[in-house]
Design a protein around this ligand. Structure first.
Ligand code: ASP
Length: 320
């Protein structure tokens, strides 16, 4: 799938809407929910989210259950069960979720042994007055909430870790990388929500936390403006509060695609060396209009979109 430029993207998006016939109201257009996720595993996540939304009418519930599909899949080696471990061979998970109506978020950092960090994050949001919990405390909270600790390192992930560990000159994160996260944003009836879950960079220094579980960085949602999520080099994106930047720009009136571009423009101007690194974002506004963008064509983003009862994988435009 080739990355496409903005003009082609907006033309394609416009044609799709025209072909479907313009719905009378935002409510009608988004009644069954619009779900937008990062990467190819977003297809199944969105389908599950749409099903759960149909039954529960809750965007938060839909995002949690949609992301659970990816967390449970051992073939996705960057999220949940089967995620690649840290430098010491331990799987360390991060996740966050936000309800745009209450503007409340919940997140867990460096969570071990629990395969569904997004579900624990949701409980932090809904069952406590806290917003973010880390490490051992987050694990104890999860156990108290009824989650069962388990071994998250699959044979495939162990094999990959051993290969890295035993390579004579293996790269380490005392300076560098290896990714891919599930981020999901959703809209229905003027409401939005967002979630993000990851095992972070493979072979990371134990305890490392980047953008994915940080409110305003890996995800953000506000019914007054929209929702956004990010994937890519989180050690850098954290410094730009990417999701909050995009949501704020949507709140100022930008289309989600323009808001994504505004972020990339800001990053590219502030440090030209960022133009060649991997930064990708998705966004949705309360009307269900979407944006998706990668910084450059060499590290393209694929996004999955579910709308009007059908889902598909698309190539996002690239900024440079
Ligand atoms: N942003 C994630 C992290 O840095 C990785 C990714 O999305 O690819 O942990």
């Amino acid at each position: 799938m080739e990355p496409i430029d903005r003009k082609t993207f907006l033309a394609t998006a416009g044609a799709a809407v025209a072909a479907a016939g313009a719905p009378a109201t935002v409510e009608a257009a988004t009644a069954s929910g619009v779900f937008l996720s990062t990467w190819k595993w977003g297809i199944e996540a969105n389908a599950k989210a749409a099903e759960v939304f149909g039954a529960s009418g809750s965007l938060v519930e839909a995002i949690e259950k949609g992301i659970n599909v990816v967390e449970d899949d051992p073939k996705v080696m960057t999220v949940g069960y089967g995620g690649l471990p840290n430098a010491q061979g331990e799987v360390e998970l991060d996740a966050g979720i936000m309800d745009g109506t209450t503007r409340r978020a919940g997140a867990v950092f460096s969570l071990h042994k629990i395969k569904n960090p997004i579900s624990v994050a949701r409980l932090v949001m809904e069952e406590t007055l806290h917003t973010q919990m880390a490490g051992e405390g987050a694990l104890q909270f999860a156990i108290a909430m009824g989650f069962k600790p388990m071994q998250l390192l699959t044979p495939q992930a162990l094999e990959a870790w051993l290969k890295w560990k035993n390579a004579p000159h293996h790269e380490t994160f005392w300076l560098h990388e290896n990714h891919d996260t599930i981020g999901m944003v959703a809209a229905s009836g003027g409401k939005v929500a967002a979630g993000c879950s990851t095992s972070g960079l493979a072979w990371k220094i134990p305890g490392r936390v980047a953008d994915s579980p940080l409110v305003g960085c890996g995800y953000y949602a506000d019914d007054a403006a929209g929702a956004a999520s990010a994937t890519g080099n989180g050690d850098v994106m954290t410094n730009y509060c990417t999701s909050k930047h995009i949501v704020q720009k949507m709140g100022e009136g930008m289309h989600p695609q323009e808001a994504c571009e505004d972020l990339m423009r800001y990053m590219a101007r502030s440090a030209p060396n960022l133009r060649s690194d991997m930064y990708c974002v998705i966004a949705i506004n309360p009307k269900g209009e979407i944006g998706a963008l990668s910084m450059n064509a060499k590290q393209p983003l694929q996004y999955a979109l579910w709308r009007n009862g059908a889902g598909a994988l698309h190539a996002a435009p690239h900024f440079m």
